[in-house]
Design a protein around this ligand. Structure first.
Ligand code: IVH
Length: 695
């Protein structure tokens, strides 16, 4: 016996152990990647994996391509080999009409081509999401994954087996009842959370000075880049996923059991063989059901874990599919029905710098108008100088603009190969573009700020708009155009000036009719009666948002107590940390701010004051709510007030940190997301009960 331990007895034991380990590891990987239900801790998987690696090292000849150890490995390739598809990879016709009629047109056409009488029963379809990734053909021979190829031109694709092996969701081996030759077709894609993590990682590398690294514009580009990596070690770091949606070659055609009668049955069979099939695939009878599916998935679109750009309808019966056949390279039995695009190309006309209420300078890309995600976009914020440089947006560039859901439109990336010449790299001006005061970037801050304070008319305007907004002191009808006029005409320099406006002074303004002047004076009069919280919020102290202002008002009861509170006293307030406390002190220590408060009071701006709140714990403290849909008996703002009065917080979007979702009629994607995350959903009655129970 040698030290390598290759005695016949030892060999038999090793062989058996290797087979057992591979089975176990395949099973665990399927549970983890496909079923999302791991049964063993990662450490246990790793332990068995290392044991298998050690055994295969001892017996290199026994290593097979379907071993779990072979997912990552091999050297970088020089180029991709060409693969001729045994069965061509077709594309599908796209129904250009993004409205409901797209589905109706397809059903009408299918019925006509099947020569169905008008009163014949509804055609049975399968409706699926249209995944936004890359089409892939996976070839299994005798149950082992032997090749993965891209679609290419449909006839010839590229051999990307080495990269596709790294996708944990794709089985390297199928169960024994799989046919001897099986080609599975589907989409390789990147999940949104994986995409975000990858870009985060890329940003880190770039910040650390790594050469040749870049961030990716969207999950599809990132997935395409990963699939076409020549080095499998790099591909393995780019997390990809897969959904199966069809077949290529299969032999014998009805291997094993009975012939599969429908597309839906085929998908079930693929799932049973361990391939991931999307849960949103459904059977739909007739046009009405297709329209309903299109609408429902459209609502879900933004809350899904992955990008889709439409839905696909397929005639379910494989016999009818065969009867319908193909026109040129497209089947007559399937159609893609798109949603409005969430990304468009446009050009950067200019990069402006805007001045915010607190003097923050924000670079904004001015874009050639483009319709994306349901709105016309002409501006996209670049946030700050670092961000503008990281994206390397320059004047004249062609850029991708992305707007998904209610999210603010953003420049997702620059098409560098379309750049003409060498436009200048963006840099922040050294002076405020509005007032000329120095623009400074303090150490450790990402933002540049105008140092002009209320000397800067842009900051003054923003401060007035902030004070006048609905959730602050609310001066109805005082919008940005009017504020521009008031400030530019020199009528208003400080907040109290608003309350000194007179009819004759206003009448002198351009395009100001007596009626609108009187309306403004009436609105100002009405705004004099306010609440302490609204007033404090309206002052625009940096870092003091609406919720903090409410907490301050509740805690201290009077403005003087807030103005005179020590940092230690401020820190006692819910929601107030050192940064907010310091900001409040800084604000009220400045004489001119105290003067503004004094003058506003003199102008009869008033509110009720009360005793400081008792320090008993609040019933909903520490709980975060998200409100969605229309509540039967109260407005959303009322619900927000109720929750906050009981110490809870209200957030705008659902995350793992959300405690409850308060849902009314027509609740949209937030409700879906809450369900997906297993967050408790309440209705209005539930909220009231909770408040009664606990108060
Ligand atoms: S079926 C013969 N189903 O859309 C029909 N395709 O041109 C073959 N796609 O490149 C395609 N989701 O990559 C089908 N559920 C789905 C799909 C889907 C995305 C892609 C596919 C192909 C393109 C169709």
């Amino acid at each position: 016996m040698t030290q390598q331990g290759s005695s016949p007895v030892g060999d038999d034991a090793d062989r058996a152990r290797i087979a057992w380990l591979r089975d176990e590891l395949h099973r665990y990987a399927h549970q983890y990647h496909v079923l999302d239900a791991p049964t063993v801790p990662d450490a246990e998987y790793d332990r068995l994996f290392r044991e298998l690696q050690a055994l295969e090292l001892r017996h290199p000849a026994w290593t097979t391509p379907d071993s779990p150890t072979q997912r990552v490995g091999g050297k970088a390739l020089e180029h991709f080999a060409t693969v001729r598809h045994r069965v061509p990879m077709l594309s599908i016709r796209t129904e250009t009409d993004t409205l409901a009629s797209g589905a109706e047109n397809f059903d009408a056409r299918a019925r006509r081509e099947l020569a169905l009488a008008p009163d014949a029963p509804a055609v049975e379809y399968v409706a699926e999401p249209k995944f936004d990734g890359l089409a892939m053909n996976l070839r299994y021979e005798r149950g082992v994954l032997v090749q993965a190829a891209t679609r290419g031109d449909g006839e010839n694709g590229e051999d990307v087996t080495h990269n596709i092996r790294t996708i944990g969701q794709i089985p390297l081996r199928l169960p024994p009842d799989a046919p001897p030759v099986l080609e599975v077709r589907g989409e390789v894609y990147m999940r949104r959370d994986d995409f975000d993590r990858l870009n985060e990682l890329q940003r880190g590398k770039i910040a650390a000075g790594a050469k040749g690294e870049k961030t990716f514009v969207n999950p599809r580009n990132a997935a395409a880049g990963a699939v076409r990596q020549l080095d499998p070690a790099i591909a393995a770091q780019r997390p990809l996923s897969f959904f199966a949606y069809g077949l290529g070659e299969i032999s014998p055609p009805h291997a094993g059991g009975p012939a599969l009668p429908t597309h839906f049955a085929l998908l079930q069979q693929l799932r049973a063989w361990g391939l991931p099939v999307c849960d949103l695939v459904e059977i739909a009878h007739g046009a009405t059901a297709l329209v309903a599916y299109h609408e429902r998935i459209g609502h879900l679109r933004d809350s899904l874990g992955f990008d889709i750009d439409g839905v696909v309808y397929k005639v379910n019966s494989l016999a009818l599919q065969q009867q319908l056949g193909f026109v040129t390279r497209e089947p007559r039995w399937a159609v893609a029905h798109k949603y409005p695009a969430q990304e468009q190309l446009t050009t950067v006309l200019a990069i402006d710098v805007q001045v915010g209420r607190t003097g923050k300078l924000t670079p904004v890309a001015k874009l050639a108008p483009v319709f994306v995600g349901g709105v016309t976009v002409t501006n996209a914020t670049l946030h700050n100088e670092d961000e503008a440089r990281r994206k390397d947006v320059r004047i004249g560039d062609t850029v991708t603009v992305r707007r998904a859901g209610d999210v603010i439109p953003e420049v997702a990336g620059v098409l560098l190969d379309k750049r003409v010449g060498e436009p200048a790299v963006f840099s922040m001006p050294t002076a405020c573009p509005v007032c000329g005061s120095a623009a400074v970037r303090e150490q450790g801050e990402v933002d540049h700020r105008c140092s002009g304070g209320l000397f800067c008319s842009a900051q003054r305007k923003q401060a007035i708009l902030h004070f006048a907004q609905r959730r602050a002191v609310e001066v109805e009808g005082l919008g940005d155009k009017l504020v521009d006029q008031l400030v530019d005409a020199g009528l208003v320099r400080t907040l109290p000036d608003l309350y000194r406006l007179t009819l004759p002074a206003l009448a002198g303004l351009d395009r100001m009719a007596d009626k609108s002047a009187q309306n403004l004076l009436d609105a100002l009069q009405k705004s004099r009666q306010t609440t302490l919280a609204r007033f404090v919020f309206g002052l625009g102290v940096r870092h003091v948002g609406e919720a903090t202002a409410k907490e301050l008002a509740r805690h201290f009861g009077s403005l003087d107590s807030i103005m005179d509170a020590t940092p230690e006293q401020l820190l006692q307030v819910n929601d107030v940390g050192p940064i907010v406390a310091q900001s409040l002190r800084l604000f009220f220590d400045q004489q001119h701010n105290r003067e503004v408060v004094r003058e506003l009071r003199e102008c009869k701006v008033n509110w009720e004051e009360g005793p400081p709140a008792p320090t008993t714990p609040q019933p909903l403290s520490g709980k975060t709510f998200v409100i969605t849909g229309t509540l039967p008996g109260m407005g959303r703002d009322d619900a927000k007030d109720l929750i906050e009065a009981a110490g809870g917080k209200v957030a705008g979007s659902v995350s793992k940190k959300t405690s409850f979702v308060l849902a009314g009629a027509e609740a949209g994607s937030k409700l879906d997301r809450a369900r997906a995350l297993g967050i408790t959903v309440l209705d209005e009655a539930g909220l009231r009960e909770m408040l009664n129970d606990r108060t």
